[in-house]
Design a binder for this molecule. Sequence first.
Ligand code: AMP
Ligand code: MG
Length: 431
Amino acid sequence: MNGSLMTMAELTASLPSYNPDAISVKMAHDLIAGFVTPVSGIERLPLRYALGRVLAEDVVSPVSVPGFDNAAMDGFAFCARDANLSGPLALDVVGYAYAGHPYRGDIGDGECIRIMTGAPVPGGCDTVVQQEHVEMAEDETHVVIPAGTVTCGDNIRKAGENLREGATVLAEGTVLRPAHLGLLASAGLPDVAVRRKVRVALFSTGDELRTAGMELDTGAVYDSNRTVLAGLMERLGCEVLDMGIIGDDRAELEKALQNACRNADAIVTSGGVSVGVADYTKQVMASMGDVVFWSVKMRPGRPMAFGRIHAGGDHACLFGLPGNPVAVMVSFYFFVRDALMHMMGALPAPLLTVRAQAATNFSKRVGRTEFQRGVLSQNADGNLTVRTTGEQGSGILRSMAEANAIVVLPEEGGTVRAGEWVDVVLLEGLV
Ligand code: AMP
Ligand code: MG
């Protein structure tokens, strides 16, 4: 796909300690951020089809919501401004107002109307007293408001208190959740301008990979990365082009990448980025464009290639993720997610990090950031504690399924003992 991007030279010139085969997690993150740009292309969608999409412009409300002062309670509307509320106040009931059915008469001194929640408060009235707080005559023709039950202005929802006409309702870049769509609906807007979906080409690499239904010969494994990545990216709101499994073969890989480059904004692959003799992704990537980095000081996920490739007049950024299933997920959450969100035109939404007390030891080596799988819970005092899921091998996908959080152990630190405090990223609800 087409678009303008910063050159590799411009980008790396700004980074004094840039060493592409061993960079810190932060630098990897910053490098990627400098490389990706939002896709162009806007479409207008009815609200019902806009869930999860990214707002392409600021939305200004054409009306105030609510459009009129209205009752927040079922009760009686009257003018309290000049009334004496320190003693019992007797009022005649002169009419009714229901939601959708305003009272159209006048209301004088010593008078009130019966009003239902949502009904317009008539001009001249400034207060609604809740019906449970008054004494009403059996024939409902008058009420007595006991002293001290209400103050002037009570129980009125003011015009414009939700949205003001002419004010910005939602900012460009908002990822539309149900509440956002509701707000737009409340302003009477039938549709909304959103960015087109980011198209991501996805394939797994490895001669050993098989898909479900195929026989597992010796040395073969079923491909799980594609299923995981497709899920992660679809939840994020991307359009995934599933290109299947590509063997460990230079020519095949090059063809797949050319194809992907022509049809997608970004390419996400797994496997083949390590230093094994059959790991071709990085080499092919270098022959087709720039490899910005290929190794990050982290675990799991050390081998990870990021760059940009060209094919004909098209280019796409390429995330060459590791093959190990846990490493795939960790690199997605900590690098690819932010990058794709930026490409989607979404406002930054950093992963939510909380502090929790370690309930178990977390063994760790100094010199790399470690992302360990944890189970976060809240004890009886309300404090957050986190325990390890156990064995942390980067092939143990079960640990990701059992975890509800990732414990982020910084590069400079070593083993964490039970009782110490750690940074924890919540996986629950994460897109
Ligand atoms: P690689 O990075 O290609 O050396 O792969 C590292 C490990 O991850 C190997 O054990 C692979 O078999 C495994 N692996 C690679 N791709 C996948 C995949 N798509 N699904 C499951 N396991 C994989
Ligand atoms: Mg491989």
